[in-house]
Design a protein. Structure first.
Length: 437
């Protein structure tokens, strides 16, 4: 779908402008609105002409019916609602961000794009959950892809390395790709690469999961993953602006009997430096969170905003990191067998709260991490009224050489529902190699 978007979008007007990673001196409202609108038209055309999807058969009559009926809660494919809609939201966001608008000023374009799609580009009734998730998660995904794509292009690399960077930037941010084709390198001059550095660690190994019988009798299967740390919440600056620092962990379980994908991401929206005794320091601020887990056994997603801190409390220790977050879940989704049995829906929609606690310790050639995440969901659409999810992780690693580590991880996923139908506990273990690029 993104390739079709790249090939078919057209842009109006050529004019000069400037922007930086946080603010711009000149905005192009016409470009931003046109590109947001065009992205919807192109995706609709793909759905209509290529997929021949029933929901793409729109007309003035379906527009009127959607306007009169109003919003509903939809139970579309979990991946579509939780990943593809935010990705489309990131297209809206970057249509504004690349044309001179700040992070906050770009958010209304995600609202406009989502509202246009829900009311006019599908014959299905407009979806309330999509209208919430697309702007909220799309803004976060949009700023992440904005920063990373510009960072990939800010390089003197040549040959295959340059080609790889160009491809990665185009996949992450197709709007940037199209703008460069139409407006040339002026786009990069108006959108200089952010100054923050980032590290990328690639994980590969084997994973075992089980709940019905002993874990180590389960057949292992391969997994791949990465950890992206962007910016440094303990550096010298006094103030942090949206996504000056963010962290993304993602992993894919390559088990043909139960393939899975998980994403745990958080980014700072606003933060201030804090100084601690013994030379420690960190940041206290407001963070945005996006978490996603899907396989044949569990489905789980949450979008939230709240307070958090990341710090290195003691300067004397080589590396000791602590993080704590407490935030509200504006909207999340969770699998529910009870809802499926009683109402036919695959999962529930809910709001609530979440807490995250993590400690990372490094000493000499060894390191260890402990994390615990807890989520409370109160149902707004579904049969069971409230649910909880707990995720525990413990890992140890040993350095093999400067950029390669070997490690093992134990993780436990607990699920509880007030109707006692969905209650479960599932354990997993991974052994892996980690390569920091």
């Amino acid at each position: 779908m993104s390739l079709i978007l790249l090939l078919l979008c057209a842009f109006p007007g050529f004019s000069e402008g400037n922007s930086s990673s946080e603010s711009s001196h000149e905005t192009h409202l016409d470009r931003a609105l046109f590109q947001t609108t065009a992205s919807n038209i192109v995706v609709w055309f793909y759905d209509y002409a290529v997929l021949q999807a029933s929901w793409a058969r729109i007309s003035p009559e379906t527009w009127q019916e959607n306007l009169q009926h109003g919003f509903v809660w939809d139970g579309a494919w979990f991946f579509t609602n939780q990943i593809l809609h935010p990705y489309h939201g990131s297209i809206y966001f970057n249509a504004a961000r690349l044309n001179g608008f700040t992070f906050w000023d770009s958010f209304p374009f995600t609202v406009y794009g989502s509202l246009m799609w829900e009311l006019f580009m599908e014959r299905d009734y407009p979806s309330m959950n999509d209208f919430i998730t697309t702007p909220l998660a799309g803004t976060a995904m949009g700023e992440v892809t904005y920063r990373l794509s510009l960072s990939f292009l800010n390089s003197d690399a040549t040959g295959y390395k340059r080609v790889a960077r160009e491809i990665a930037a185009a996949i992450l941010n197709p709007v940037l790709f199209i703008n460069r084709i139409v407006y040339g390198e002026e786009v990069l001059r108006r959108n200089p690469s952010p100054k923050e550095e980032f590290t990328l660690t690639i994980y590969s190994g084997i994973n075992r999961t089980g709940d019905a019988y002993p874990l180590f009798l389960r057949t292992p299967h391969p997994f791949l993953g990465f950890l992206l740390n962007y910016g440094d919440p303990t550096d010298e600056r006094e103030r942090y602006l949206p996504f000056d620092a963010f962290r993304i962990f993602s992993a894919w379980d390559l088990d043909y009997t139960n393939p899975g994908w998980e994403i745990f991401a958080s980014g700072i929206l606003y933060g201030r430096k804090i100084f601690l005794p013994n030379g420690g320091r960190g940041v206290l601020g407001i963070y945005q969170h996006f978490d996603y887990l899907q396989n044949f056994v569990y489905k789980f997603a949450s979008n939230g905003i709240g307070f958090g801190t990341e710090m290195r409390p003691m300067k004397q220790i080589e590396l000791f990191e602590f993080q704590f977050h407490l935030y509200g879940i504006l909207l999340g989704a969770l699998d529910s067998r009870y809802t499926m049995d009683t109402q036919g829906g695959e999962y529930i929609w809910g709001s609530g709260a979440a807490a995250k606690l993590g400690v990372h310790f490094v000493y000499d050639e060894f390191s260890s991490s402990v994390f615990y995440y807890k989520y409370w969901f109160y149902t707004v659409k579904g049969a069971d009224s409230h649910n909880t999810v707990g995720i525990f992780s413990f890992s140890v690693e040993h350095v093999l050489r400067k950029d390669v580590r070997i490690g093992a991880e134990l993780h436990i996923y607990d699920r509880w529902s007030n109707v006692d139908v969905n209650n479960s506990s599932r354990m997993g273990a991974r052994t892996y190699l980690a390569h920091t690029l």
